[in-house]
Design a protein around this ligand. Structure first.
Ligand code: NZQ
Ligand code: ZN
Length: 392
């Protein structure tokens, strides 16, 4: 059955090289006091910081700044930002950076509207409602997470080894500026991790067995082929506009809610990966790259093989005349070749400094004490088995 769904993605996207001239007008819609947030220096090194500040000043807006938002953003940055919003009566937040900066900014914007600690939004025991947030505008500098066009964010709490994500429509950016030239300085490694992340966002939705809109499956296959085609080009030629533009727009559409229209779906690799990042602070896309082919192997059986066949034939062009199980194994091999060969990402957990010490607790936390109800239902022992498959 094809399920009913609501299509509503109200993010205004300014795409292209010469869009920053609209920044002042966009921000002014929400007021005059702007809190600009960013990471650990890349926007200064690439010259974007100066351009953004000039646009803000030229528009006559009042600028406040919060920098130092780390990859796998910490709750402390969120607390600091929410506090600044309250102290300075901020009207609008401007996140300039990758997913970490945008995610943290979303929770700052929500935190500014409540009296409690922002971690209460993410504490599984409290799960405080997110009903309001200050308006958010983003300028994306790394194609990966889709945070520029979705309502989610993921925040780490190093004290408790938690990394928790949450969606809330109130945190959806009002507008996002997507200029592919702002990603020219992204390293080959971060480009690869971003590609693996986008690929996973699609795979998490695509690999479900219920009947869906054929049109959406074709759309996702197109997105995956786009990543496979352009990620290696962007790694080799960092200032290739066509490659960067294709990756940037794919990052947004992989997770903005369009492709899961009507699907009954729950994600599997993301909850497993967030535990790796929480305990070992590894790059999200790298963790996903290591986990995804092993998860696919683990879930493959006679009941699921048809999805692998569709994937292998339509995305990798594998011969449809082969036996279904052969196609499925070849499809997993081709994906592994892409992730570990073409993208040059590390293949195993030991290579990124992870051993079995925390497998049991990470597995328990990833299933939240129950079952991950994704493509194949996974319990703690299943997740532990998948982690172990990643050891070699
Ligand atoms: O901190 P700066 O100096 O900006 O450097 C960053 C950082 O070191 C650098 N970078 C970003 N843009 C650059 C650049 N370097 C040179 N040139 C540029 N133009 O890249 C490094 C990584 O940045 P980060 O923002 O951490 O990467 P990404 O965009 O991959 O974000 C990852 C975070 O997003 C979460 C992940 O879990 C992780 O915490 N996710 C958010 C999602 C969402 N909101 O929907 C979904 C995802 O599945 C994911 O979980
Ligand atoms: Zn992701």
């Amino acid at each position: 059955m094809i399920n009913d769904f609501v299509y509503d993605i109200p993010v205004r996207v300014y795409f292209g090289r010469d869009q920053l001239k609209n920044l002042g007008t966009e921000l002014k819609k929400y007021g005059t006091r702007v809190l600009m947030t960013y990471g650990c220096g890349s926007i200064k090194r690439m010259g974007l910081y100066d351009r953004v500040v000039k646009e803000i000043k030229d528009a006559g807006l009042e600028l406040y700044e919060l920098s130092g938002i780390a990859p796998n953003p910490r709750i402390d940055s969120v607390r600091q930002g929410a506090q600044m919003c309250k102290e300075h009566h901020i009207d609008v937040l401007l996140a300039v950076g990758g997913g970490s900066t945008i995610d943290a900014t979303k929770f700052m914007a929500a935190g500014a509207c409540v009296d409690h600690d922002p971690w209460d939004f993410l504490d599984l025991q409290k799960w405080s409602p997110i009903e309001r947030a200050l308006p958010i505008v983003s300028i994306l500098t790394l194609a990966a997470t889709g945070s520029e066009m979705d309502s989610g964010g993921v925040i780490s709490n190093p004290e408790t080894h938690d990394k928790i994500g949450r969606l809330a429509p109130a945190m959806l950016p009002k507008a996002s500026f997507l200029d592919p030239t702002n990603t020219f300085t992204v390293s080959a490694y971060q480009t690869a991790c971003g590609a693996a992340d986008m690929m996973s966002h699609i795979i998490e939705v695509y690999f479900n067995m219920n009947q869906d809109l054929y049109m959406l499956d074709c759309f996702m296959e197109g997105l995956m082929k786009t990543i496979i085609r352009y990620a290696p080009i962007a790694m080799r030629e960092p200032d290739n506009y066509e490659a960067r533009a294709n990756l940037m727009w794919t990052s947004s559409w992989a997770i903005n809610g369009f492709v899961d229209g009507g699907k009954q779906q729950a994600w599997s690799c993301h909850p497993m990966e967030h535990e790796l990042s929480a305990y070992y602070d590894i790059t999200h896309g790298l963790g996903l790259a290591i986990l995804t082919p092993r998860w696919m192997e683990y879930c493959l059986d006679e009941t699921t093989v048809s999805k692998y066949v569709q994937f292998g034939v339509n995305v990798f062009g594998i011969d449809p005349a082969l036996e279904p199980m052969d196609i499925a194994h070849q499809a997993i091999d081709r994906l592994s070749d892409f992730l570990f060969g073409t993208l040059q990402l590390k293949r195993t957990l030991p290579e990124v400094g992870i051993d079995e010490t925390h497998f049991a607790v990470m597995a328990r936390k990833s299933v939240n004490g129950g079952t991950l109800a994704g493509f194949k239902p996974l319990q703690q022992h299943d997740v532990e088995a998948i982690y172990r498959m990643c050891m070699k």
